[in-house]
Design a protein around this ligand. Sequence first.
Ligand code: 5AD
Ligand code: SF4
Length: 470
Amino acid sequence: MLESVKQSIKTNTRKLYIESYGCAMNFSDSEIIASIMGEHGFETAQDAAEADVIFLNTCAIRDNAEQRIRERLKHLRGNKKRNKHLIIGVLGCMAERLKEKLLEEEQLVDVVAGPDSYRDLPALVAEVDDGGRAMNVLLSREETYGDVNPVRLNSNGVNAFISIMRGCDNMCSFCVVPFTRGRERSRDPESIVKEAQNLQYQGYKEIILLGQNVDSYLWFGGGPKKEFKRLSVEEQDRSIDFADLLKLTALSVPGMRIRYSTSHPRDISEKVVLMMAQYKNICNYIHLPVQSGNSRVLEAMNRNYTREYYMDKLRMIRRILPDCGISCDIIAGFSTETETEHQDTLSLMEWSQFEFCYMYKYSERPGTPAAKKLPDTIQESVKGRRLQEIIDLQNQISRNKHSAMIGKTAIVLIESKSKKSDADWMGRNEQNNVTVFPCGDYKKGDFVEVLIEKSTTTTLIGKAIGYASL
Ligand code: 5AD
Ligand code: SF4
């Protein structure tokens, strides 16, 4: 069946436009989708207006993410009117969450496909060609797309994502991801290293290893996830954990920067941090979401750690890597959170001194454990005020941290022209701070030593004083 689809489509190249929403994992998935569709004769287009097929790769993590997609679908009605053969697909987390409801509610949607069914997309499009609407929302315990060579979309040619695992087994009570992305599974390390080497060969300078919870990466020869203690002796011997994977990657692509995301405070190990200290090409930067600074709220969130445990992890990281940049995710106004508990989040932020934070108002997601057991009790206005206090505090911390950099130098990898001026480069230092400086003779992909002269809440500003190595 697939082979005949391939034949019929190959003779007639069509244009595919993919729009990605949400997290880095979604952007990485879109590159896998482009590759799979490319194999079946679909060329990626830069403009929705010239596309025969439009895929929206969606996010379901908060209600406003889904509302954005609904708005976008309204806009696409015009495209469909102009081209009645246009095929519109909704893929990813929102597709997985809503399933057939999405086909019922959004009449212009032709294809609905969940995160584990992307190999089936060419066949789903063929079904629509034959006059139907098509859906595949099956989740898998094994699919990692390990053998798919991603087509880099909207790439700056400098940094690229590599997905190292899929799904999440954590069941944080607020989170819809375990339901939309399914069970956790790790990708074959050999295919990860090959992808990194391939990127280096193409001139890329930085890779970002992606997983919902990278610290629980474990490879023992394939198949669904098992805990280390449940592996046979033989499997244990050949198993590779996240620290081993970091080492393997660092050694395979010397001269390339390596970053990763996301870590879990419960699982991040000293072994991982020691590996970061040992290999210079692994950036001293960790994204370590805390979500709340209060232990009771953390328990209600099912995060499996306390405020003190989180602080101990930060102490461990800073003992081994004193200059490590740490960023965070925080949720304001989780169900039942009191004013005092909110104050605990502020005091933890003060103590932690994060480089930056992603900060959100709690959004109840249907079907999650919190929605079932802890109905959202906090008024919108209270959530909004708490979020603003969190944002104000983080801005102040970021401003202070940035201004403390004035007079110091940073090693910056040039990524692109700055948003504000074509005369300036934009890049990041090891700690992931955005840095801007006049272009001079430097070029994209160069590692440059930059003297920091000024700063804002979000940016370091300086001048280049010479080439640098990692
Ligand atoms: N409401 C608000 N924020 C959420 N996140 C996950 N689920 C929700 C939700 N229901 C946030 C968490 C997570 C980040 C990716 O999104 O902070 O770390
Ligand atoms: Fe969601 Fe928690 Fe998994 Fe992150 S670790 S994806 S917040 S369940």
